[in-house]
Design a binder for this molecule. Structure first.
Ligand code: PHE
Length: 436
């Protein structure tokens, strides 16, 4: 449940639709599904297994397993990537809180597509508003970690996440009744092979890592808490299925609505924040639906930010070798994250022009850097580490009690990690960058 809470978040509901919209709809979807099977599932299992074997945080698991300092850079790599990712993830979480506020005060009711687009642009260029909205979830996440109520949150998300799923199914039902919705379904499910390009492969692979929270080593820390008797294969399959279903459902809501309301599917990161208010104001009990949906979306985002910040706090506590206690680590992590988030916001709103590079704000640059480069590279190193440097007896994909599939499942898994995953990542990467 915790791993699913980390995986299901803005990656599914915000990023998947806009990436699919920009990269050919059905063509993107099919490659995305392929990436999930080829990289997502094996890497998710790998991270959980590394954690369970080492019983260490992401920061020191590689050193613990290999017994050599040569792998310590992976711990640093992971920590740095998570910070860069957290910065922009909190900004988008801030957009969700902004829209929750808007839903409560009925601000977007009655706006047409053009007005919704202007409204979004006005919101995200309002510096004080964005600072407030983005720092609020940072403090909320910090409070959860400070009070150690992760268990409570987990219990809450066991009720609220299924509720989010039900809410999304109801929304999909409403959207599919709109005139023109079938064009959106065709956009999402019809595969136009001419759209399958190396760049789309690279985007889909990045989206797969982002959505499943793999490639950062974050799930190593989660694996460290996993009981030895738990079947890592079944757990990983469950996470992958839930995560993919939520992304698909988001697509089924967004694309029919895009065509029914006259938006552009390639709108970019603002896509869901303009389309969803259009959908929600057309639902029965519009006010209630809007508030409930954005509340659930904020909670889905917070279960992901908890996982991100938790890993940094655990790493810092461990790195300090006992000099920092958990509360001090939470304070330091919160301070660094807040500073980072403030820098991203100032860059985005244009309040600080010197924080723009090559005409881009830091938000877009960080998103590309993390999802297109850092996560795939992390995933590549992780599969090489597990495939070549981790003793294969340590790869316990089936618990000790085992079953008859154990005989061939492990060799198949090791083969995947040694050859298939690394080769495919390198190929997609070089091809996507036009090097091949
Ligand atoms: N998987 C999360 C989502 O889809 C984002 C995330 C990425 C969380 C990496 C943790 C680590 O929203």
């Amino acid at each position: 449940m915790a791993a699913a809470g980390s995986a299901v978040g803005l990656g599914n509901i915000w990023k998947f639709p806009y990436e699919a919209g920009e990269n050919g709809g059905g063509a993107f979807l099919i490659i995305y599904l392929l990436c999930v099977l080829m990289f997502g599932l094996p890497l998710l299992m790998t991270e959980l297994l590394i954690g369970r074997k080492s019983r260490k945080t992401t920061f020191s698991a590689f050193r613990a397993i290999s017994g050599s300092d040569r792998w310590q850079w992976m711990g640093w790599w992971s920590s740095i990537t998570i910070y860069i990712l957290m910065g922009f993830y909190f900004v988008v979480t801030g957009w969700c809180f902004n829209y929750l506020y808007e839903a409560v005060f009925n601000t977007y009711i009655g706006m047409d597509s053009a007005a919704l687009l202007d409204h979004f642009a006005a919101n995200v260029s309002d510096t004080p508003r964005m600072i407030l909205c983005s720092l609020f979830p940072v403090l909320l996440t910090a409070a959860v970690l400070w009070m150690g109520v992760n268990k409570g949150i987990e219990r809450l998300s066991k009720i609220l996440m299924p509720l989010l799923l039900v809410m999304m199914i109801v929304m999909a039902g409403r959207v599919l009744m709109l005139d023109g919705s079938s064009t959106g379904m065709r956009f999402l499910f019809e595969i136009d092979t001419s759209q399958i390009t190396p760049a789309v492969f690279m985007k889909a692979a990045g989206q797969c890592f982002f959505s499943l929270s793999v490639g950062l080593g974050l799930l190593i820390t989660y694996g460290a808490y996993m009981p030895a008797s738990q079947n890592a294969t079944v757990t990983s399959i469950q996470v992958v299925v839930v995560d993919t279903l939520v992304a698909l459902l988001a697509g089924v809501i967004i694309f029919p609505a895009v065509f029914a309301f006259g938006f552009d599917p390639a709108e970019g990161p603002e896509l869901v924040f303009v389309v969803l208010p259009a959908v929600l104001q057309n639902m029965s009990f519009a006010w209630f639906s809007g508030v409930l949906f954005f509340l659930l979306l904020c909670i889905a985002a917070i279960t992901s930010t908890i996982s991100l910040m938790e890993v940094e706090v655990a790493a810092l506590t461990e790195y300090s070798g006992g000099r920092l206690n958990r509360h001090q680590s939470v304070l330091i992590t919160t301070a660094v994250t807040s500073l980072l988030v403030a820098i991203y916001v100032l860059s985005m709103t244009g309040a600080c022009p010197s924080l723009r590079f090559f005409g881009h704000d830091l938000f877009g640059l960080a998103d590309t850097l993390v999802t297109t480069f850092m996560m795939p590279l992390g995933a590549l190193c992780m599969s090489l580490f597990a495939g070549w440097f981790m003793p294969s007896k340590d790869i316990e994909i089936i618990p000790r009690s085992g079953n008859r599939y154990k005989q061939w499942l492990r060799p198949l898994f090791v083969f995947l990690l040694r050859w298939v995953v690394p080769t495919a990542i390198v190929f997609i990467f070089l091809n996507g960058l036009d090097i091949l």
